[in-house]
Unconditional design. Structure first.
Lengths: 112, 111
């Protein structure tokens, strides 16, 4: 099956700086890569996703890049704010509505 | 907005008890999932269901079972709870070709 690795496990940045979280996957058949943000006491919330026919996608301060050849994808957060502090999970799947394979999470702390 | 309702936010049970965790949706989505979340291990899939009365094992099904008698409700059952099943349990659902949406979880403690 698919194996998703995520790094780093913890990340601290100063407010206003950028944060980058990286994931690698093993199954070349995976074609959908969502990112989730989990705030304390809540379930994971989808924040951005990318499909394998696209190399980059951006939504305001958040962007995701995908390198299919190298089988890795990354989340980029620019101009970080304290409310960006949360745990972020990447995932990969062959089929959007079916089983997702999650990374182990990155705890991001934005220091005011 | 997609709403996934988990019946309890916090639950404390004793070793050996039979425990039921409930998940309800109002979106008529086919696919429903149960994960457990543990520090450093991420989200691990226990069971999922594609339709009423259908179920598939995930990566860690041992010690669990599920029930989906109606489309809107997916139940996770711990037949005989053990302390190593203390965890956060997350339910998710997805429509056809749609990403998964999660509930806020049930933090289960087995004493």
């Amino acid at each position: 099956g698919e194996n998703v690795e995520q790094h780093p496990s913890t990340l601290s940045v100063q407010e206003g700086d950028s944060a980058v979280i990286k994931c690698t996957y093993s199954d070349s058949a995976s074609n959908y890569f969502p990112w989730y943000k989990q705030e304390l006491g809540k379930g994971p919330q989808l924040i951005i996703d990318i499909r394998s026919n696209v190399g980059e996608k951006k939504d305001q301060r958040i962007a995701v890049t995908l390198n299919k050849t190298a089988k890795h994808f990354s989340l980029h957060i620019t101009e970080t704010q304290p409310e960006d502090s949360a745990v972020y999970f990447c995932a990969a799947t062959q089929n959007t509505g079916n089983q997702f394979y999650f990374g182990t999470g990155t705890s991001l702390t934005v220091i005011p | 907005d997609v709403k996934v309702t988990q019946s309890s936010r916090y639950l404390v049970k004793r070793t050996g008890e039979k425990v039921f965790l409930e998940c309800v949706q109002d979106m008529d989505h086919e696919n429903m999932f149960w994960y457990r979340q543990d520090p450093g291990l991420g989200l691990r899939l226990i069971y999922f269901s594609y339709d009423v009365k259908m179920k598939e094992k995930g990566d860690i099904p041992e010690g669990y079972s599920v029930s989906r008698e109606k489309k809107e409700r997916f139940s996770l059952i711990l037949e005989s709870a053990s302390t190593n099943q203390t965890s956060m349990y997350l339910c998710a659902l997805a429509g056809k070709d749609q990403p998964q949406h999660f509930g806020d979880g049930t933090r289960l403690s087995i004493l």
